[in-house]
Design a binder for this molecule. Structure first.
Ligand code: SAH
Ligand code: SF4
Ligand code: F3S
Length: 486
């Protein structure tokens, strides 16, 4: 489990050469690579090794890809050595993310030279961004497949088996993979992610996602509820509904008689079982409605945690970023959260330091917004220009790297101050915790999370993974709560 206080750009600390970072539990959180668990299935003839980079959407897509390829006779393996097909599901969000993938590819290529017959494919956002250029730049890559083309993988692999290179990076306005049951990778059997939409129709000037993931589209509400029901039947206790901007979820039945917005979808999933926890990510400050907040308040099992990326605390910078809200709007949304859900509802953010033309005063505004909100968690980055984005075309990336990094560090420090205080105020109280497994520290300790997504660690007693337990919290490390079951 990731430590909530970590706010560094994860991709600044690549996990190479052997990526072993555990799957994160945050939909929005960029992370290093994650390898899949070995599957227990047998009788498959070819071995698939898949590594995922970037946000939780990519991890979720890898589960869809594994499902599609399972039908084609591929079983997953956690050993690169001996794999027949190696897939990297890639991220383009910042330059570092792409560098990490390139470094990994060069390692994989050295394996490939020693392993005749091994095929190497690149999936995801970097595949979409670079398209067939990838094949020119990385000669040993056989396959380049964008996020909306995974159904075509069987044909593309056939093509590669026939000795050709294969590329499909077509984006779609409809594809949601609604009918594909994901093969759960890296699963603890308790928590799972469900993609409810794909793409993004916002045009934040810094962001590559609209180019790599295409237009926004919402998945059939019935297929989402059914997937959650199936997970409950298999013993899962928590689902996280995923989208780049979940608040703009909007689905209508083909005959137009049924319309479902995000608040209604959330309620439908929450009603499946009071024992099922429901989380979601990411909320866009311009779209999060009071209806969503009231729905959260009505259902105990909808977790009281909202990831509400601000990006900046200054209205001029927000306008340059094309975020379509200003600081007063953001503050009002935070006040609505506090009014409807109370002080205990956790709020987290993403911030970008050193965006084009950001002044020292404007940076100070970001720090003061952090003070205003008192975030529980933050994922903070320095600005990295992405080719083709609005900012790359129209604005000058003029803040020197050392200034960006210094401002980022100030943002991290300020945010951690509040995160520690938010942890400290939980001491002395009883928390309902979903047990996710053994604590990393000790065999005798269990680890889980409270509704606010804070990590809670306690002696195991008779509790088991998947149980809900009441834990009296007696202290905090600043990154986790410590206590005992009562
Ligand atoms: N859909 C989410 C963001 C997904 S990308 C939202 O709108 O909030 C995750 C985070 O990466 C963003 O919130 C932003 O903080 C960061 N990010 C995106 N593009 C970036 C860039 N060019 N440089 C630095 N950080 C960036
Ligand atoms: Fe990128 Fe903005 Fe869409 Fe988030 S909302 S994915 S930051 S364009
Ligand atoms: Fe996600 Fe990275 Fe793509 S953050 S949407 S995998 S660019």
């Amino acid at each position: 489990m990731s430590q909530p206080l970590i706010t560094l750009d994860f991709l600044d600390t690549p996990t190479l050469p052997t990526p072993t970072v555990e799957a994160t539990t945050h939909a929005h959180e960029p992370s290093g690579a994650v390898r899949v668990n070995p599957s227990t299935r047998t009788g498959r003839t070819r071995k698939l090794y898949i590594e995922s980079y970037g946000c939780q959407m990519n991890f979720s897509d890898s589960e869809i890809v594994s499902s599609i390829l399972f039908e084609q006779g591929f079983d997953t393996t956690e050993e690169l050595e001996g794999a027949d097909l190696v897939l990297l599901n890639t991220c383009s969000i910042r330059e570092k993310a792409e560098q990490t993938v390139r470094m990994r590819l060069s390692q994989i290529n050295s394996y490939k030279k020693r392993s005749p017959g091994m095929l190497v494919g690149v999936l995801g956002c970097m595949a979409e961004r670079l398209k067939s250029k990838f094949l020119e730049e990385e000669k040993l890559v056989d396959l380049v497949v964008g996020p909306d083309a995974y159904r075509d993988l069987p044909q593309l692999i056939q093509q590669v088996d026939g000795g050709q290179k294969a590329v499909n990076v077509l984006l779609s306005r409809e594809e949601t993979y609604a009918d594909i049951t994901p093969v759960r990778l890296n699963s603890n059997g308790i928590t799972a992610f469900i993609s409810i939409m794909r793409g993004c129709d916002n045009m934040c000037s810094f962001c590559v996602v609209p180019f790599t993931r295409g237009r926004e589209r919402s998945r059939d509400a019935h297929s989402i509820v059914q997937e959650a029901r199936d997970l409950v039947a298999q013993g899962y206790k928590e689902v996280t509904l995923l989208g780049q901007n979940v608040d703009s979820y909007k689905w209508a039945s083909a005959d137009g008689t049924e319309h479902v917005n995000f608040a209604q979808l959330l309620e439908r999933v929450a009603l499946i079982s009071p024992e099922l926890r429901v989380r979601f990510s990411t909320s866009h400050p311009k779209d999060i409605t009071d209806e969503v907040l009231h729905t959260m308040a009505r259902h105990e099992n909808i977790c009281k945690y909202i990831h509400l990326p601000a990006q900046s605390g200054n209205s001029r910078v927000l306008a340059l970023m094309n975020r379509t809200y200003d600081r007063p709007w953001y503050e009002e949304r935070v006040q609505a959260i506090r009014r409807i859900l109370g002080e205990d509802c956790a709020i987290s953010t993403d911030m970008i330091s050193g965006f084009c033309s950001e002044t020292e005063e404007e940076h100070q505004d970001t720090l003061s917004l952090i003070d205003f909100v008192q975030y529980d968690m933050g994922y903070n980055f320095f600005y990295s220009e992405r080719p083709g984005t609005l900012a790359a075309r129209k604005l000058e990336d003029d803040i020197p790297l050392d200034v960006k990094k210094r401002r980022l560090q100030e943002v991290i420090d300020r945010q951690q101050l509040h995160a520690r205080a938010r942890y400290a105020r939980m001491v002395g109280r009883v928390h309902r915790v979903l047990v996710e497994g053994r604590s990393k520290r000790s065999e005798d300790q269990l680890s889980g999370r409270n509704s606010q997504n804070q990590v809670v660690i306690f002696p195991k007693g008779t509790a088991q993974k998947g149980d809900y337990v009441n834990v009296l919290v007696t202290s905090t490390t600043g990154a986790a709560l410590l206590g005992e079951i009562i």
